[in-house]
Design a protein around this ligand. Structure first.
Ligand code: IPM
Ligand code: MG
Length: 360
């Protein structure tokens, strides 16, 4: 089959890790007889440098005209990069939020899975890790504090900043439906995370999630306050199957969840709209401190490419092959520096990409 993929290398380590994911996809094409055509799209700092803005209409159009979007990471060092001299709405992160909104990517799926081989890299004690864990965070991505009205005003010499957390019931319902659908294909448990003891938006969240749950009698639903969830993730991560939560809580909890898998360099993600279309990116950032050094871990991006094969292109067998190749390379003892351990073989970004591609 022929597919059109929009590629967003982005900033920092983005171009390096996207190159490795593309290498793996090219191998998938060779082995399974597909052909992918790639169109590069500028986003974030890379777009600011060329166009003066972090996202252009043309970039959105190219993304829309593709079957799926594969992205690296965006952003730079906030202290030293000139991008952060610009007003907030023109900075790299604003481009990422704008493309999520423009493509209506309301459902962000972030699987956090502990490979047996990486148990040593997990910062938790053995008795906490137990049999390991396998959860997926379903984060609402186009609402809440990220997209509510914001302003900074000075009144009587005092500066006040306002951000607004808004959700309507439709926005909550559609992400809840996604989470329950995913739970049906997994262990049939949804933990909906909110702050219903304080926030109105969370009380509405809980009510709507309970309504949706009625259509899924086989799925066990529990509610958990976000502060407790942050604690439970390091106390007993094995209890989770699907975590359903709003945008900001999901941002924070997914970084935490990724760290307990051993490295944020392992965590893939998919951002989907109502159709099969999606944008796939690692959950980690652009790591400007290690950009260009050839040491970044490309596995989260390669695993994001596997999610793209599965969710947007319906190429399940091919996605399985990529995931199996990652598993195999870890079993064989190859590690990038972020997951390096005694007795393992340390490799760089390109070498890791080669090792995965060779095993497809
Ligand atoms: C993420 C990132 C983004 C977010 C930033 C870069 C705007 O942290 O994808 O988790 O907060 O959503
Ligand atoms: Mg984040």
């Amino acid at each position: 089959m022929n597919y059109k993929i929009a590629l967003i290398p982005g900033d920092g380590i983005g171009p390096e890790i996207v190159a490795e994911a593309k290498k793996v996809l090219d191998q998938v094409c060779r082995v399974y007889g597909h052909s992918f055509s790639y169109e590069e799209v500028l986003l974030g700092g890379a777009s600011i440098d060329v166009h003066g803005v972090p996202l252009t209409d043309e970039a959105v159009e190219t993304a829309k005209a593709s079957d799926a979007v594969l992205m690296g990471s965006i952003g730079g060092d906030a202290k030293t990069s000139p991008w952060y001299q610009l007003e907030p709405s023109k900075r790299p992160e604003a481009g990422l939020l704008a493309i999520r909104k423009a493509l209506n990517l309301f459902a962000n799926l972030r699987p956090a899975y502990l490979y047996d081989e990486l148990k040593g890299a997990c910062p938790l004690k053995e008795e906490v890790i137990g049999d390991g864990f396998d959860m997926i965070i379903v984060r609402e991505l186009t609402g809440g504090l990220y997209f509510g009205e914001r302003k900074t005003v000075v009144e009587n010499g005092v500066t006040t900043a306002v951000d607004t957390l808004t959700y309507n019931e439709n926005e909550i319902r559609r992400i809840a439906v996604k989470a329950f659908d995913i739970a049906m294909k997994r262990n049939k448990k949804v933990t909906s995370v909110d702050k219903a003891n304080v926030l109105d938006s969370s009380r509405l969240w809980r009510k709507v999630v309970e309504e949706v749950a009625k259509d899924y009698p086989e799925v066990a639903l529990e509610h958990m306050l976000v502060d407790n969830c942050a604690m439970q993730l390091v106390h007993d991560p094995g209890q989770f199957d699907v975590i359903l939560t709003e945008n900001m809580f999901g941002d924070i909890l997914s970084d935490e969840a990724s760290m307990v898998t051993g490295s944020i360099g392992m965590l893939s993600s998919a951002s989907l709209n109502e159709t099969k279309f999606g944008l796939y990116e690692p959950s980690h950032g652009s790591a400007p401190d290690i950009a260009g050094k050839g040491i970044a871990n490309p596995l989260a991006t390669i695993l994001s490419a596997a999610m793209m094969l599965r969710y947007s292109l319906d190429l399940d067998k091919e996605a399985d092959a990529v995931e199996a190749a990652v598993q195999k390379v870890l079993t064989e003892g190859y590690r990038t520096v972020d997951i390096m351990a005694d007795g393992m073989k340390q490799v760089g970004t390109k070498e890791m990409g080669d090792l995965i591609a060779e095993r497809i």
